[in-house]
Design a binder for this molecule. Structure first.
Ligand SMILES: NC(=O)c1ccc[n+]([C@@H]2O[C@H](COP(=O)([O-])OP(=O)(O)OC[C@H]3O[C@@H](n4cnc5c(N)ncnc54)[C@H](O)[C@@H]3O)[C@@H](O)[C@H]2O)c1
Ligand SMILES: O=C(O)C[C@H](O)C(=O)O
Length: 337
């Protein structure tokens, strides 16, 4: 057996964490041979709930879970962690956009960036789930200057999973037959779900999604809108934001970061933009990436239609605006944004 690694989940008493902790502790992210010490970070009013979560984790009798550390102290929560799932933040309610959470949530990510900087391992992999995820990841990284900025990412995997599921249903194939659907830009209603590079295997033959679907109006219309608005649709139905699917997506994201992607396959992650595909530099923008040895690389050389370029420009502009707003919320003289 390998040495245990320390993994922190923030918002550990919340609804996403309730599914996520179980999946991590079962070995679905870091592997079935990797023992885990789980750090559960939440805020003082949630201590009682956290105790219940600790009891339930014990009652699961999970062989890989060697220790659980519940805490409300970021110094304890982030101590020596190799992976961080930053879930803890306020979720939106019906009628809100995710960016409406910015002023409430951005300060949490400043504090957590500072704590990661001081206490986490320098090669920690950080996944931000709390919304607005892209801008929170940017803020978090800017307050953790001793950790490489490549180690910070925002979750758009839920959008990728939603988009992949829509295409599989449209073509009438299992999910596993569909690959390389891309989410560009922000985890918001301006994101661009792009099936243009997607592949699908039908009756043993692999073809492009564009060919298999053969319906441009759908791929540019209701497919895009359904994925863009899926989070709001779940809130309208459940009166709470998505949790089970968000936890699954967080596992998929970290799993692929940790273990790599298959040759020829790419996944979408919000990562620091280098200006690829005319995106604004130095915002956290979702790109297709390939991953090897725990390092992601933006897939280069894809040909984008004018329709796609226009969508990328809209979502890039929103990310730039969110960054400016985050700066105005935070003390810009202190921030490195
Ligand atoms: N990126 C995505 O695809 C995606 C998907 C779903 C939800 N989300 C976001 O994830 C976040 C969490 O959602 P949820 O449904 O689990 O919410 P929730 O309200 O059920 O749980 C949030 C938890 O975070 C805790 N928390 C608040 N401030 C904290 C802090 N400073 N440190 C540690 N913990 C803190 C709360 O006490 C609570 O227990 C929300 O912002 C939601 O919008 C993102
Ligand atoms: O939409 C939300 O506010 C929650 C989450 O980001 C989602 O996409 O389901």
């Amino acid at each position: 057996m390998a040495e245990p690694i320390r993994v922190v989940v923030t918002g550990a008493a919340g609804q996403i964490a309730y599914s996520l902790l179980y999946m991590i502790a079962r070995g679905e992210v870091f592997g079935k041979d990797q023992p885990i010490v789980l750090h559960l970070l939440d805020i003082p009013p949630m201590v009682g709930v956290l105790e219940g979560v600790v009891m339930e984790l014990a009652d699961c009798a999970l062989p890989l879970l060697v220790e659980v550390v519940p805490t409300t102290d970021p110094a304890v929560g982030f101590k020596d962690v190799s992976a961080a799932f930053l879930v803890g933040a306020m979720p939106r309610k019906e009628g809100m956009e995710r960016k409406d959470l910015l002023s409430a949530n951005v300060k949490i990510f400043r504090t957590q960036g500072e704590a990661l900087d001081k206490f986490a391992k320098k090669d920690v992999k950080v996944l931000v789930v709390g919304n607005p995820a892209n801008t929170n990841a940017l803020v978090c990284s800017s307050y953790a200057p001793s950790i490489p900025r490549e180690n910070f990412s925002a979750m758009t995997r839920l959008d990728q999973n939603r988009a992949t599921s829509q295409i599989a249903a449209k073509v009438g194939v299992p999910i596993s037959a569909v690959s390389n659907i891309i989410i560009w830009g922000n985890h918001s209603s301006t994101q661009y779900p792009d099936a243009g590079q997607g592949k699908v295997t039908v009756n043993g033959a692999t073809k492009s999604v564009v060919e298999a679907v053969n319906d441009t109006a759908y791929l540019q219309g209701s497919f895009v809108e359904t994925v863009q608005k899926r989070g709001a649709a779940v809130i309208a139905a459940r009166k709470m934001s998505s949790a089970m699917s968000a936890a699954k997506a967080a596992c998929d994201h970290m799993h692929d970061w940790w273990n790599g992607t298959a040759p020829g396959q790419f996944v979408s992650m919000g990562v620091f933009s280098d200006g690829s595909y005319d995106s604004p530099k130095d915002v956290i923008f979702s790109f297709p990436v390939e991953i090897k040895n725990k390092q992601w690389k933006i897939v280069s050389g894809l040909t984008l239609s004018d329709f796609a370029k226009n969508k990328l420009s809209v979502t890039g502009k929103e990310l730039q605006e969110e960054k400016d707003e985050a700066l105005s919320v935070l003390d810009s003289s202190v921030s490195n944004l």
